[in-house]
Write a protein that binds this ligand. Sequence first.
Ligand SMILES: [Fe+2]
Ligand SMILES: [Fe+2]
Length: 188
Amino acid sequence: MREEDARESLIALLQLAYAAEKAAGYAYRGHWHSVVDADERIRLAQIENEEWHHRDLVGEMLNTLGAAPNKRLEIRAAIIGRSLGVLCHFTGWLAPMYGAGRLESRNIREYETAARFAAGCGHHEFVDCLLKMAEVEWEHEKYFRSRVLIHRLGRRLSLWPEPPPKETIRESFPRESEETLELIEASR
Ligand SMILES: [Fe+2]
Ligand SMILES: [Fe+2]
């Protein structure tokens, strides 16, 4: 992969993530208002805050790259996020927990991939922050999985694949980003 390609891929992925964090923020706001258990409300509100924080961090990276958020994605994210936030009040307890867990498992991989693209285009200063966000998403996935599994019906559902242990996010990174750099070198 050429350095310029890595940069373009990074920008596209960060634009997606920036919008997805907004959708998540709105969805979790509706979600925590819809549950009655006090501990669940606290944890979900905390997750909402973490998603808004991610959005700020991703926004700063886009800025550094001289790129802007994607307007179409931003509008779509607002509609999806707000709709999901409202839906949480009608779907019952299990569906939002299940849907969130599934989405969070994808978020982990997205930030890991973004970290590799960042290293691939020389933006090493983004790597630690992107991996940290992948780790936070890993915690989110774990939480939603644990919620689904306390539900009698949830235990009988087939769940999304379980992510590898949290440590592997950092362990696998140097090796894989070295491979990405070798590919960039080879294409020069
Ligand atoms: Fe996030
Ligand atoms: Fe998350």
